[in-house]
Design a protein around this ligand. Structure first.
Ligand SMILES: Cc1ncc(COP(=O)(O)OP(=O)(O)O)c(N)n1
Ligand code: TZP
Ligand code: MG
Length: 204
């Protein structure tokens, strides 16, 4: 079984694919266990190009590679899996397309009932957030850290997302999150590689 644990980097929006590759490449060797390609604005051609570049990078660095929202794209680039929110399709459909070993993560926001449902549906992990206010997604619902202890009984890895930085990440890990998903706290840090090392070290 694939282990979902540690620093889970989520890619920032980027128009320039080479710049995106360079940015991600700089943090990847500093303790990132999982990378998610998340792009909410580019067209299909650019998304395919960016996802292909990141897929090769992750393969060469032995980092798990997931795609946000888009099962078709995940299959096209042979990603390890997909992350699904409430409007992104079902776990069953994703598994039918990606196969039984695919990693399928499900957003549960601040709702333990959604996590229970995701567990019944065969999700690989559940995600709660935003655990802190997020500049990337300012309207995200606020999720209390107590959810991570509560979700332990489901027996699935739990991922925390939203506003996580090197300054608050220890508190999230102490609350019981298996992994911390980070965009701004990593890619907007003064020294992204150092921020990655600091957050990854919490899982040693
Ligand atoms: C690890 C992780 N957790 C939550 C999300 C959010 O997914 P969703 O609610 O579908 O929102 P968008 O990211 O699609 O805007 C995520 N992407 N990754
Ligand atoms: C996708 C998503 N879902 C809840 S908060 C968020 C954004 C996370 O980005 P950041 O780490 O910059 O707050
Ligand atoms: Mg989504």
């Amino acid at each position: 079984m694939t282990v979902i644990k540690g620093l889970y980097a989520v890619s920032p929006e980027a128009e320039d694919s080479e710049q995106l590759l360079a940015k991600v490449s700089r943090v990847l060797d500093n303790g990132v266990a999982i990378l998610q390609y998340r792009n909410k604005s580019a067209n299909t051609v650019r998304r395919l190009r960016q996802a292909s570049l990141l897929a090769s990078l992750c393969k060469s660095r032995r980092v798990l590679f997931l795609i946000n929202d888009d099962v078709t794209l995940a299959r096209a680039v042979e990603a390890d899996g997909v992350h699904l929110g409430k409007t992104d399709g079902s776990v069953a459909d994703a598994r039918a397309i990606l196969g039984k070993n695919a990693i399928i993560g499900v957003s549960c926001y601040n709702d333990i009932a959604l996590a229970e449902q995701a567990a019944r549906d065969g999700a690989s992990y559940i995600a709660f957030g935003a655990v802190y206010p997020s500049r990337t997604k300012p309207n995200a619902v606020a999720a209390p850290l107590s959810l991570f202890a509560e979700a332990k009984r489901l027996g699935l890895p739990s991922v925390a997302i939203g506003g996580i930085t090197p300054d608050n990440a220890a508190e999230v890990v102490a609350a019981g999150a298996s992994a911390i998903a980070v965009i701004g706290g990593l890619f907007d840090a003064p020294d992204p590689a150092a921020a990655a090392r600091q957050m990854a070290a919490l899982f040693d």
